[in-house]
Design a protein around this ligand. Structure first.
Ligand SMILES: Cc1cc2nc3c(=O)[nH]c(=O)nc-3n(C[C@H](O)[C@H](O)[C@H](O)COP(=O)(O)OP(=O)(O)OC[C@H]3O[C@@H](n4cnc5c(N)ncnc54)[C@H](O)[C@@H]3O)c2cc1C
Length: 392
């Protein structure tokens, strides 16, 4: 049975809400997750073409939080990274073994990861901890927060978590403002089967129109994230599959051999945004509700995982000290842990996209020089790997 006051009421059963919920229950907190989809729908996970790279740092968090066993079954290890800048003919390659690592990342299909996390949460918390519904409003009430759903139901918790994605209603209701950047680009996302082995390598081509990445998500299966100006991406998404695959083959130099489409093709408009605050009295934002980035550096959800790790550490420390987990200093400490680190990553990602997604001569020269330096100076290369793999 649900306690009358839960520790956490999490709005949003996407990757961030489910990961936090699954880990928080294992850490001894009582949790309910509110999401418009049913638990059955979250576990069914129809492929939507989107994939993501869970970096080594996120794996370490999942291991420490005892949810890795539920995730590893849906991921494929990435042991090599190849970055190519075709215009400058520059190339940099990383090999995990030569850097003393077992892998760099895990490639996963986004819906499969959500399904795995839903299973992990439900196994630990039970079906009644999933509330199928939508947030209507919330208000503080002394030492708790009362959350109202659109169908009139109410939940009471010590802390409200906004894990409700980029258009977060929790954030809006808290009056928290955003900084935003629009790129005029969209990412085509789909899965291909292919007849040449991918060799556990993620391949990213930094083209002037936008990056194109091939991420292994299974044996002879790769997720494609292909960034183009928005109108071009929309036109490509509507192209016949044979023609789309011919274009992909050309763009990637035929590296995967014969291709077959293995999902629908969708175009996702790209933009960056950052909430000016992550917390309000008895409320904290995590994941895309707090920040959204361009996919060029595969950071998006990995920044969310770092949020979750930091927030849960603060909550559990307060509980162990027999303190109120929703006390202002507990939540403010979480914001201090994460805001600047995420801002730095947003600026880095934004800078990389502006440097690589344009055809101006100075940018072409600079990016060729950057990649050549990365490839030829071993300490720089090791630093780039360490930075890239950190969760958050
Ligand atoms: C093309 C593309 C490529 C990407 N590649 C990568 C990558 O390589 N690596 C990486 O780390 N990240 C990547 N990302 C980003 C990653 O997909 C997101 O960061 C991640 O999915 C965000 O998860 P989230 O749970 O914060 O938000 P969401 O997935 O948006 O989940 C929000 C949830 O909240 C629910 N919700 C919304 N409003 C309400 C409400 N009022 N009441 C109740 N529930 C509500 C929604 O139904 C949803 O289930 C990529 C994204 C795109 C588009």
């Amino acid at each position: 049975m649900r306690p009358s006051i839960l520790d956490l009421v999490i709005i949003g059963g996407g990757h961030a809400g489910l990961w936090l919920g699954a880990a928080a229950v294992r850490a001894g907190l009582s949790v309910a997750i509110v999401d418009p989809s049913s638990p059955g729908a979250a576990r069914a996970a129809p492929a939507d073409g989107r994939t993501l790279a869970l970096l080594g740092g996120s794996r370490r968090v999942a291991l420490a939080q005892r949810i890795w066993a539920d995730i590893v079954t849906v991921g494929h290890p990435v042991r090599r990274v190849e970055v190519l800048e075709p215009a400058a003919g520059a190339r940099v390659e990383y090999d995990a073994a030569s850097l003393g690592l077992d892998l760099f990342a895990f490639g996963v299909e986004s819906p499969a990861l959500r399904a795995a996390l839903a299973g992990s949460f439900l196994a630990a918390a039970g079906e009644t901890a999933w509330v199928t519904g939508s947030l209507a409003g919330w208000e503080r009430d002394g030492a708790s927060v009362v959350v109202s759903l659109t169908d009139g139901r109410r939940l009471r918790g010590r802390v409200l978590i906004g894990a409700d994605g980029r258009g977060s209603r929790v954030r809006d209701l808290a009056g928290i403002d955003l900084t935003r950047a629009a790129y005029g680009q969209a990412a085509l996302a789909f899965i291909v089967r292919h007849d040449r082995p991918h060799g556990d390598a993620v391949r990213e081509r930094l083209r002037p129109a936008g990056p194109l990445a091939l991420l292994p998500v299974g044996p002879r299966r790769c997720g494609v994230t292909w960034v183009e100006p928005e109108a071009t991406a929309r036109a490509l998404a509507a192209t016949a599959p044979d023609e789309l695959l011919r274009r992909l083959d050309r763009e990637t130099g035929g590296v995967l051999g014969a291709l077959a489409l293995d999902s629908k093709v969708a175009a996702w408009p790209l933009g960056a945004q950052h909430a000016r605050r992550y917390v309000a009295p008895r409320m904290a934002l995590v994941g895309d509700a707090a920040h959204g980035v361009h996919p060029i550096h595969a950071q998006g959800f990995n920044m969310g995982v770092a949020d979750i790790a930091a927030l849960l550490d603060r909550l559990v420390a307060a509980r162990r000290a027999d303190r109120d987990i929703g006390a202002p200093d507990v939540l403010l400490a979480y914001e201090r842990d994460r805001w600047w680190d995420n801002e730095r990553r947003l600026r880095l990602t934004d800078g990389l996209n502006r440097l690589f997604s344009n055809d101006l001569l100075p940018a072409r020269l600079l990016r060729g020089a950057v990649l050549r330096a990365l490839d030829s100076i071993p300490p720089l290369k090791a630093l780039a790997v360490r930075e890239g793999m950190r969760a958050g």
